[in-house]
Design a protein around this ligand. Structure first.
Ligand SMILES: [Zn+2]
Length: 63
């Protein structure tokens, strides 16, 4: 099973769409309906508590 890599462009796209997208840092799965500043949410794909909101991730990467 191929996993999509999480990268800056992908996160930026999601943040710009502004529809509550977030990403799991453990497996790279996209989550929806999370707050932009979500931290440590549970991933629906792998169960890790590593889902962060897109904007939160951009801050971490850029910051
Ligand atoms: Zn995950």
């Amino acid at each position: 099973m191929a996993k999509r890599k999480l990268n800056f462009d992908r996160i930026m796209e999601a943040a710009e769409e502004g529809e509550g997208a977030g990403f799991c840092l453990a497996c790279g799965a996209e989550a929806c309906g999370v707050e932009p500043d979500a931290r440590g949410y549970e991933c629906e794909s792998c169960g890790a508590k590593k889902v962060y909101g897109a904007e939160e991730l951009l801050l971490r990467i850029g910051g």
